[in-house]
Design a protein around this ligand. Structure first.
Ligand code: DX5
Ligand code: ZN
Length: 220
């Protein structure tokens, strides 16, 4: 698939989501952060808002569910038409069953890993999923500094995916910017979430282009 840039609307103007999504230039995905004030200490939006977004844009929606009980709630996002639905490894009770359900509804199934969650236990389960999300901050808020300590895990995730021969995306999320994206691409990430680096820029579309160029140069 190659390099993909997924701006996060967490850093956009929530009162003008349609316009904020329209100004993302050639972004590949739109990353939507769902937070429930339980799995993370923040509260954002849920399925009704995702449904409203899906009704107003043809862009591919990448839902990042930072919620408890994803086994119960995640399938609704797939049914609604999200392109990708990522649940967290730490929150899922039956990840294989959940991933199968997401795929059954036509979505790609993603598994998110907090900084302290190892990737190795997922090695045998890779055939069940379409994306590994390696968090490069503690999930919950935009604008946090990038955690370099997560880079070795990105490398190990890439090694596992390469060894599997499967087409599984490796996404990074948190503190990804023009400063840090090359390190992520060099380590093997191929899907890059960026919130403040895109919406904090004067020209969001230009920021997407710049991030893509930097990642492409550093990728192997
Ligand atoms: C944080 C979210 C991120 C957030 C990233 O928990 O999952 O998607 O929007 O924001 P930045 O790019 O500003 O770190
Ligand atoms: Zn996210």
């Amino acid at each position: 698939m190659g390099i993909q840039i997924a701006p996060s609307i967490l850093s956009s103007d929530f009162a003008n989501l349609e316009a904020e999504i329209a100004r993302l230039g050639d972004a590949d995905l739109v990353h939507v952060d769902v937070m429930d004030n339980h799995f993370v200490p923040n509260l954002t939006l849920g399925l009704p808002v995702v449904e409203a977004i899906l009704a107003r844009t043809d862009r591919l929606i990448d839902c990042h569910l930072m919620i408890d009980e994803p086994d119960r709630w995640a399938p609704g996002y797939a049914e609604a038409g999200a392109h990708n639905v990522t649940f967290h490894a730490e929150a899922a009770a039956a990840p294989v069953r959940l991933a199968r359900e997401l795929r059954k509804h036509g979505a790609r199934a993603g598994v998110g890993l907090r900084p302290a969650t190892p990737v190795e236990p997922w090695a045998d389960l890779l055939p069940e999923i379409d994306m590994l999300l390696v968090m490069t901050v503690e999930p919950g808020f935009g604008g946090q500094p990038f955690l370099d300590v997560c880079l070795p895990k990105i490398r190990r995730a890439r090694e596992l995916v390469s060894a599997s021969g499967l087409d599984i995306w490796i996404q990074v999320d948190g503190g990804v910017s023009a400063e840090t994206i090359e390190r992520c691409a060099d380590a093997g990430a191929d899907v890059f979430v960026a919130g403040s680096a895109v919406y904090g820029a004067e020209d969001a579309a230009a920021a997407v282009t710049e991030l893509r160029e930097l990642a492409a140069k550093a990728a192997h």
